[in-house]
Design a binder for this molecule. Sequence first.
Ligand SMILES: Nc1ncnc2c1ncn2[C@@H]1O[C@H](COP(=O)(O)OP(=O)(O)O)[C@@H](O)[C@H]1O
Ligand SMILES: [Mg+2]
Length: 316
Amino acid sequence: MTHAFEAEGLVKRYGKTTALAGIDLAARRGTVLGVLGPNGAGKTTAVRILATLLRPDEGRAAVAGLDVVRHAAKVRRLIGLTGQYASVDEDLTGTENLVLIGQLLDLRRPAAKSRAAELLADFGLAEAADRPAKTYSGGMRRRLDLAASLVGRPDVIYMDEPTTGLDPTKREDVWNIIRNLLSDGVTVLLTTQYLEEADALADDISVIDHGRVIAHGTPAELKRIVGGQTILIRPADPDRLAEAATLLGAIAGRTPESPSRGVITVPVDGDAAFTEVVRGLDRQGIAVTELSLRLPSLDEVFFTLTGRHTDEEAAA
Ligand SMILES: Nc1ncnc2c1ncn2[C@@H]1O[C@H](COP(=O)(O)OP(=O)(O)O)[C@@H](O)[C@H]1O
Ligand SMILES: [Mg+2]
């Protein structure tokens, strides 16, 4: 058994909604699997099945080779779960929250206390340890929630959108904490709506849409498919948009998109294209008010893979 967890052909229906339509996911021990998908793609449903909280209608899932339905109690001892919505008790302090969880996990009180202190220090919450969680900022709560999932020293951790709603600097704090965890050899399933996040943390990424995997690979492989980076241009004179689009299209070898008025974007394979675009704009005397190079957004990844935007329903 080389996989820390695996899911095969998972199907889950809620009435007429098919949340999972035969999804396959797997992670090797000690690696991070990023599950990237928009709202409603089925991320939380898949996590809940892998965490024994929900039964699949079809398919199977296992943690360390143990079936999540038949061996649910054993599986629970191996896993930690941290959700999109913090599960901490607002009225308890940081320490009390973690000690309570330790005791639920059958730790004796002194052991629970020392584990709590250790985690609070690791997560930069030592100063706030004796304050009720309701006084914590969003970033602090998220860190407390992550700490809570680690009290039992799980081998496998499911992180369901751990940074959604956090501002970019707080997001990076959480990323650093996750990176530290990884040095301990745990296996992580990380769901996210941000390609940057999957790129920063995951060894492999499964892109999911409507309960199915639509692309899978290493971050490098995926970026090769969807274009490693995106160039964005806003010409100062909107009348020159078409000219700029022709230039951008010729350099990138792809047709640019116009995600909003006056702006064009196109995925490119390497940084060199950016220099060429700057030279071309200069040569043609096209002034710009905005020019940037960034990783594609989830929406752009989706558009490349499916021809749809993330907010368009596949009504057809
Ligand atoms: N308890 C539920 N009852 C009915 N529909 C649900 C329930 N949970 C999820 N769904 C539906 O299943 C689909 C997948 O949801 P979810 O797994 O929460 O996606 P994600 O976490 O990727 O946003 C969505 O269409 C959602 O509305
Ligand atoms: Mg979700």
